[in-house]
Write a new protein. Structure first.
Length: 698
């Protein structure tokens, strides 16, 4: 057993009175009062906070020291499954084909193009790896060429704080134009005539709040196009697939609004498509001279598609095009000149449906029991070819070009696993756990073929369950390092996610949020009952809002888990949702409730908020991770969780904090550096169950 002394976090009790209710917080001092400045310049972090974080990192390193050789093996295994010189399938657009590729050993990609239909020569647009050299963090979050192919814009985050600088490169010279855009959210779009760049501003509280326009080759000539007055709305800018409109889209998880600008007059003021309404979500797509609207209007919980004339966009003019069908969740829609494509979910599995101008529809069939599927819009509108990516827990990703007219598919790329991969060596199953209220929770299981179901196998059980986000049954080379060692890897598709439609999301948010936690526990109980694992042999993992799930199930059923990995965990729910200055708080009151004004929301949140419900219990081993410049889940949440858990746990099991002092929400930006973090997480999981290769139990 490793002996190390955990850092002693001082307690400074603060009394918080809110809506006539009082709570206490011993660790609120961990939040730097100048956190906004720290997001932009991490060196400004208060000295005592930095000292404590460094002490936490040193303690974690000491406790994980017996696993260092294992971490190195895991890293090499995972890296060995990554094609060093990987590249994307080229996307044709006009005279060029655009793609991204990696040089051997590179952490970051090269964006390039080549003449259409030719093998070469290659024209490098930006070499991200070269630009990142010598920087602690460097990430290109978005990159796009101008429609006339003369310019290339890219958004760079150099702190992990998601505060971006947008550069525009002149492709004739290879040089960036002077006067880049600063303080951007990272969303931008060229006007279809290539004359202007539209971009989204990020304010001092880290929220997108407005859209500006500048000449594509200009600097400092920014014109305010749209200003959002509701601090609870996100802002995004895009161009319709048809190229006929610039779209300014605003909204949150409960309502949305779109403004349009005609491409033929990009300097004209934006026109309101339809005014925001409570609980109305809509997203317009321009197709065949009219608008098609994906919406939950008229009680269409899992969405339907409506239509309206190009110049009559108000709600009163919408009529049904594809009627609502309960149990069929229409997740997305894309347009081509002669075809409309949509991504649906039925029975918790995705499918692609193609519709032609006559109204004839067909489904693009898939084969396996559990799989992941997504379509990616091509760069061209006037084409019959769409592109989709298929994979499953056992099958590496396959990229297909699909001819919507002939209904034929062409395999363009199969993900290469340099160290080798035999899909037949693994087995994927789709199981059903039953909640106390009768809800059927899908559970995806990946294991070695022939795995004994006698309860002896350790398990990593993953969950998320928020914002309507689906956790798909996809392929991951990383998981194989556990599965090859006899682990069972499982995903619980709990309520709060979108796995079974928007109604599945609604059944796990706000005043039904506890369903997310009890669904996860029911999934674990089912897996134990069927012999896939045993209580005390499960390591649970969740990230971000999935970290909220981890904190809740740690409090509710600590006996089930050998370990818990809370990645950048949204753990201090009540305090965070009561701080309107934080980047995501006002936009997310629709998800969680507003405890500043709503007593019922306060009381319900207080009943499950993981940080507020920590008590003297035999907690399992816990790994809490964070990023110093994370704007989504601020660094002090995982820091406070670790300190409070350690002070209350009666089990003697370790509580570890790993804080990345040079990154934000997504961790390390490089493709291989990120594998080192995963290797660390897996080594923790193996140590938590007492695996001899990890040096036995903590």
């Amino acid at each position: 057993m490793t002996q190390a002394t955990p850092p002693a976090a001082r307690k400074e009790r603060v009394e918080i009175t809110q809506l006539g209710r009082t709570r206490f917080d011993d660790y609120s001092w961990m939040k730097d009062e100048n956190w906004q400045a720290v997001m932009r310049e991490p060196a400004l972090l208060r000295a005592d906070i930095r000292a404590h974080l460094e002490a936490e990192n040193a303690y974690t390193k000491a406790m994980m020291a017996p696993t260092e050789a294992l971490q190195a093996r895991l890293y090499q295994e995972m890296r060995g499954r990554v094609k060093e010189d990987d590249s994307s399938v080229p996307a044709p657009h006009g005279p060029w084909e655009y793609f991204a590729r990696y040089a051997p050993g590179a952490e970051h990609p090269i964006y390039a193009r080549k003449p259409r239909g030719q093998v070469g020569p290659e024209h490098i647009l930006i070499d991200v790896d070269a630009q990142a050299r010598g920087k602690a963090f460097y990430k290109v979050s978005a990159a796009e060429h101008a429609p006339d192919h003369t310019l290339f814009a890219y958004a760079v985050d150099e702190q992990g704080s998601e505060i971006h600088t947008i550069y525009v490169r002149d492709l004739s010279t290879g040089e960036d134009l002077p006067g880049p855009v600063t303080n951007s959210e990272g969303s931008f779009a060229f006007s279809p005539d290539s004359a202007f760049l539209f971009w989204v501003h990020r304010n001092e509280n880290g929220r997108s709040d407005s859209v500006y326009r500048r000449p594509a080759r200009g600097a400092g000539d920014d014109v305010l196009v749209y200003a959002e007055q509701d601090e609870g709305f996100f802002v995004h800018v895009d161009v319709s697939e048809s190229g006929a409109y610039i779209l300014i889209q605003t909204g949150n998880g409960a309502q949305s609004e779109t403004h349009t600008i005609p491409a033929y007059d990009p300097t004209s003021p934006p026109r309101l498509f339809h005014a925001r309404e409570t609980d109305l979500l809509y997203s317009p797509t321009h197709w065949n001279g009219a608008w098609r609207v994906l919406t939950n209007a008229d009680g269409a919980t899992d969405f339907k598609i409506m239509q309206c004339a190009e110049d009559q966009t108000g709600r009163a003019h919408w009529t049904d095009m594809i009627a609502y069908q309960p149990g069929r969740y229409i997740a997305a829609m894309g347009a081509y000149k002669d075809f409309l494509v949509r991504l649906e979910r039925v029975d918790a599995l995705p499918r692609i449906v193609v519709r032609d101008l006559s109204g004839t529809e067909h489904v693009v069939d898939q084969a396996e029991e559990a799989y992941d599927l997504d379509f990616s819009s091509t760069l061209e509108f006037d084409t019959a070819v769409t592109r989709f990516v298929y994979n499953s827990p056992t099958t590496p990703s396959q990229t297909f070009d699909y001819d919507m007219a002939t209904r034929t598919r062409t395999l363009r790329k199969t993900q290469e696993i340099p160290s080798g991969h035999d899909p037949a060596a693994y087995e994927c199953r789709r199981l059903i756990a039953r909640a106390d209220d009768g809800a059927e929770i899908p559970v995806t299981v990946l294991m070695k073929r022939g795995q004994k179901l006698d309860g002896s196998a350790p398990m990593l059980l993953y969950g998320y369950g928020s914002y309507g986000i689906s956790i798909d049954a996809n392929f991951s080379t990383r998981r194989l390092s556990l599965v090859d060692r006899g682990w069972v890897y499982a995903i619980a598709h709990v309520r709060g996610g979108g796995d079974k439609g928007h109604s599945w999301f609604e059944a796990g948010r706000r005043f039904t949020k506890i369903n997310t936690f009890t669904d996860f526990i029911a999934s674990a109980d089912m897996l134990i009952a069927q012999g896939y694992t045993s209580a005390g042999r499960i390591v649970a993992e969740g990230r971000s809002a999935g970290g909220l799930l981890m904190g809740a199930i740690a409090n509710m059923r600590p006996d089930l888990w050998a370990g818990i990995i809370g990645g950048v965990p949204f753990i201090d729910v009540l305090n965070t949702m009561s701080d309107a200055s934080l980047p995501l708080t006002p936009p997310e009151w629709v998800e969680w409730g507003n405890p500043l004004e709503d007593e019922a929301a306060y009381d319900y949140m207080a009943s499950y908020s993981p940080y507020d419900n920590i008590a003297a219990k035999p907690y399992p081993a816990v790994l809490s991770t964070g990023g110093l410049t994370d704007p989504r889940v601020t660094y002090w949440e995982p820091q406070k969780w670790a300190a409070k858990l350690r002070a209350h746990s009666t089990s003697g099991r370790p509580v570890l904090l790993r804080m990345n002092m040079d990154a934000g929400h997504a961790g390390a930006a490089g493709r291989f550096d990120n594998l080192k973090e995963i290797a660390h997480d897996y080594a923790f999981a193996m140590r938590a169950v007492g695996d001899a290769e990890a040096g036995g139990e903590f």
